[in-house]
Design a protein around this ligand. Structure first.
Ligand SMILES: Nc1ncnc2c1ncn2[C@@H]1O[C@H](COP(=O)(O)OP(=O)(O)OP(=O)(O)O)[C@@H](O)[C@H]1O
Length: 273
């Protein structure tokens, strides 16, 4: 591990979080039924479930991009709004969204610079070594390149580095590899696992790939169809570090099949509602 775990790391508590879009209007959509979930600091947790079950909505609540209609979230003991102000929430989306005119190194540092410039954050210590971070995400030698000079996978690694540069309390990843081809996607899962082991951040990872979820996670949370609630939590006790052998093991394949079967059940219930 290159950085020590934060002393104030307390993980995430999601308590009775509900979200309804357009409350009071005729078109209101109940996206999340009460969701309760406790995640310990440094855990890697994946959210899976049928399309539209509220995975991204839950991530948005955690990121303080929208308030819950009811319930509350604490991340390392603080409200998401407090952490967002302090720049302690790392976000990675399907698209890297790098600034095309900035070098990779400048892109990686950009959010951290913006956070530091806010006067309420004066004195915030910078515990992440950027040169080391760029090396760990495999972009050493590309610091001065522009985003268009990098492959899609490399751009996603730069986006991951940009989020990690904040030394976040939590890393929220919404289908970060969905736009990549299958081979790159597989490789990125290995890369992410290696990087996560270095930084030991709490990660919440939304994916449609059950194999990706099982391979990466300590826990896989299967959500039910809308309004999303937690249907079942799978503890993934496959040994770490996970390797290519892990993906070929019976234990891995059985877990993926088991979750897949349950996902089909959930989707079937949705169709018959
Ligand atoms: N801004 C919005 N206004 C109204 N309804 C919305 C809004 N955003 C999402 N929804 C609805 O809320 C539900 C949950 O959406 P969300 O994007 O969180 O699901 P998801 O599980 O991430 O879906 P997917 O797996 O397809 O990406 C969906 O029915 C969606 O149509």
């Amino acid at each position: 591990m290159v950085e020590s775990k934060r002393l104030d790391a307390q993980g995430i508590q999601i308590e009775a979080v509900e979200v309804t879009y357009g409350v009071g209007s005729a078109e209101s959509v109940r996206a999340l039924a009460p969701v309760d979930l406790s995640i310990h600091a440094g855990a890697f947790v994946s959210l899976v479930g049928p399309s539209g079950c509220g995975k991204s909505t839950l991530l948005k609540v955690l990121a303080d991009l929208m308030p819950p209609t009811a319930g509350a979230v604490r991340i390392d003991g603080a409200a998401p709004s407090v952490l967002r102000q302090a720049g302690r929430i790392g976000l990675v989306f399907q698209q890297a969204n790098l600034m095309p005119w900035l070098t990779i190194e400048k892109n990686v540092c950009l959010l951290r610079e913006l956070v530091r410039q806010r006067k309420e954050n004066a004195g915030v210590t910078e515990s992440i070594d950027i040169a080391k971070l760029i090396e760990i995400v495999g972009l050493k030698g590309f610091e001065n390149k522009l985003p268009h000079q990098l492959s899609g996978g490399m751009q996603q690694r730069a986006a991951l580095a940009r989020a990690l540069a904040l030394d976040p309390s939590v890393l929220l990843m919404d289908e970060p590899f969905a736009a990549l081809d299958e081979i790159t996607r597989d490789r990125m899962a290995f890369e992410l696992m290696r990087i996560w082991q270095q930084y030991q951040k709490t990660v919440i990872f939304v994916t449609h790939s059950l194999a990706e979820a099982v391979f990466l996670s300590d826990r896989v949370v299967l959500m039910s169809a809308r309004p999303g609630r937690i249907h079942r939590i799978y503890e993934i006790d496959l040994p770490r570090p996970r390797t290519e052998e892990t993906r070929l093991s019976d234990a891995f394949l059985m877990l993926v099949a088991e979750i897949n079967r349950e996902l089909y059940k959930v989707m079937h219930e949705q169709v018959n509602q």
